[in-house]
Design a protein around this ligand. Sequence first.
Ligand SMILES: [Zn+2]
Length: 212
Amino acid sequence: MLLIGNWSDPIQPEEAGGVQVLHDFISRKGCVCEFCGTQTRLSAKEPLGHFHVCRLDRQLPNEPANWVTLCCICSDLNSLDKLKGKGSFIEAPWISQGQLTNLLRLAYAVSVRPEAEWGTVGSSASAFLNAIDSTPEAWASIKWAGQVESLQFVMDRMVHPFSRGAYANSLRFRFDLDPYEDAIRYWAVALEKLAMAAQSTDEPAAESPDTI
Ligand SMILES: [Zn+2]
């Protein structure tokens, strides 16, 4: 079952010609995840910054023209098997998977660095995590709470194939912190700076010409 992305599993360094080749490719792409848009930094300790290079179309050959940079969370969205034990599904058609991934990443970053200067982002993060976990009432009747393991089973039991496909479009993957904690901690410093910069631009100017 095709979930969200048709990309391949991560290309291993030996398939690409070494870690440096993958590092340089991610760098040329601006260190940006091409699915969710988040940015990483590359360091001596983490030469790939918890990003992966994958084949954009898994049917096409392994060559740079068919490569895509993805954060380690988005790269898992190419198969249900890889999502097992890493989170659950929620019904959230109002938000894209990329947007949800970014909000979750930010909320988790707040939780792993509680001493940081998060400002209003910090006070909103836990409220956000609580709010997205209310499951639809209809799920109780089909005895499903969003588990990855039983998604295929639940979809197969839906009566009309059309509604089955349409319904899958409203599901989003809500990943847990644990499987991605190392990466979240690595990204959290940069996310904190972004949160602080956003808040400082939100503050009104000390003196506006209109009020003088
Ligand atoms: Zn991503």
